[in-house]
Design a protein around this ligand. Sequence first.
Ligand SMILES: NC(=O)c1ccc[n+]([C@@H]2O[C@H](COP(=O)([O-])OP(=O)(O)OC[C@H]3O[C@@H](n4cnc5c(N)ncnc54)[C@H](OP(=O)(O)O)[C@@H]3O)[C@@H](O)[C@H]2O)c1
Length: 362
Amino acid sequence: MRLLKAAVVEECAASRLAIELRQAVLAKLLGYGPASMLAVTAARTSAEDPLSGFELGEHPDPDPPEGWEVVRVCAASLNHHDLWTLRGVGIDPDRLPIVLGCDAAGTTEDGREVIVHAVVSTPGAAEDETLAPDFSILSERYDGTHAELVAVPQRNLLDKPPSLSFPEAACLPTAWLTAYRMLFTKGELRPGRTVLIQGAGGGVATAAILLGRAAGLRVWVTSRDPAKGERAVELGAHAAYEAGERLPERVDCVLETVGEATWRHSLRSVRNGGTIVVAGATSGFDPPAELQHVFFRQLRLVGSTMGTRSELADLVGMVDATGVRPLLDSTLPLSEARDAYARLAGGETFGKVVLSTDGDGG
Ligand SMILES: NC(=O)c1ccc[n+]([C@@H]2O[C@H](COP(=O)([O-])OP(=O)(O)OC[C@H]3O[C@@H](n4cnc5c(N)ncnc54)[C@H](OP(=O)(O)O)[C@@H]3O)[C@@H](O)[C@H]2O)c1
């Protein structure tokens, strides 16, 4: 009897859901009722099982405040940041559910093709907006880009050059901008210098390989996976080494986004007086500091986060002028976002995973 009751309750819930869904679709078709869009949200967070808080479904359309504009998203890339949010790192639980995604390229209502700068802060709060007290990245305080629509401040819109496809353009605002700032602003690298990039396969790492090579650097990489090392060399790296392997000589600068798993190697691989630029710690935040290397060999440890609108404009100019293009690991329709997230979480990617809203993944 109890079983029968449970089955009836389940059936009722299912048919109620079906009716609600039909009503929502009908309302949308007839143009009344709250407008909604398809979006990926972090509904909950879990340090152990980040994808358990992932939800793909209807979400209210953005309601832009004064000075903001709605962009119809054509393509939006994934970043490790999206997984950190689902793990509960860097997100205030009161903001949930929040639309995930930092990066987008799309069109405005008047048909302008744009790239969306992901950094939001009060205009004029700091000369470098990444240092502003109210600095945030889309999907931290404001809804992000893994949706059909996103609202952003008008000053965050940059023209997309016709030479870049929407999926390519959607890779620039976070991973590519971070790599650009690490190499050229914080790392102060110039043509002819040697850079070591830890963790070859990542979004930031593949961007740094391509940008570093285009800028005349000698580019060395490490990877946990020899096959990824080989792919990095095909991409343009001069040499690939196994994680932790002794290098033929010390380098001018190390780009560190892996953290605990590579920190020891980074300290030993940089030349005396060289620079380690740190923008992430995928494998853990607390490696032994080994301060003796820092003071005795006079190393510069420099933190780096995202970049300014003006650096993004320079990056867009650089890719347009050089012909360097973001490496796409895969492009999936927004409706298959769960597979895209699982791929990134599995650590199997090489290059950027992109979501497309035009249905054909292009
Ligand atoms: N500060 C900022 O503004 C900023 C901006 C962008 C990204 N980040 C941070 O930078 C990191 C990389 O971001 P991403 O988007 O490029 O991530 P991603 O595409 O997921 O790449 C992560 C890479 O880390 C490498 N890795 C090496 N050892 C690892 C280990 N033990 N565990 C896990 N990964 C390991 C992997 O390279 P191999 O498989 O080749 O070893 C992997 O491809 C993240 O922590 C992210 O939060 C920070």
